[in-house]
Design a protein. Structure first.
Length: 102
């Protein structure tokens, strides 16, 4: 049976960190990780749980449940293309349809 690898988002939820913090820790080799297809970070579940307390204690990370400002900022960072594209489509549809309705 193939092992289910964790994504950056899943690790961020387990550790109570933002995705960017997980990426930074992985890039400095403080979180055991590897890249799939040379680009995507993946993590083994058992390795993350082994280092979970060490990471929190070593870097004095508080237990964070929900940090709305950080979560919202992260959402905008990872979805900016889709948000801007949707806004452009809405504006273009409005420009086209306003003349047809009036």
């Amino acid at each position: 049976m193939k092992e289910k690898l964790l994504t950056t988002r899943e690790v961020s939820q387990i550790l109570g960190l933002t995705e960017q913090e997980v990426i930074d820790l992985a890039n400095t080799n403080l979180l055991p990780s590897f890249k799939v297809a040379g680009e995507f970070l993946r993590f083994r579940r058992e390795e993350i749980f082994k280092v979970k307390e060490t990471i929190k204690n070593k870097y004095n990370l508080p237990d964070k449940k929900h940090r709305f400002p950080d979560a919202f900022r992260e959402f905008l960072y990872f979805n900016d293309f889709y948000i801007i594209s949707s806004l452009v489509i809405v504006v273009l549809l409005w420009a086209i349809l306003k003349d047809l309705v009036l």
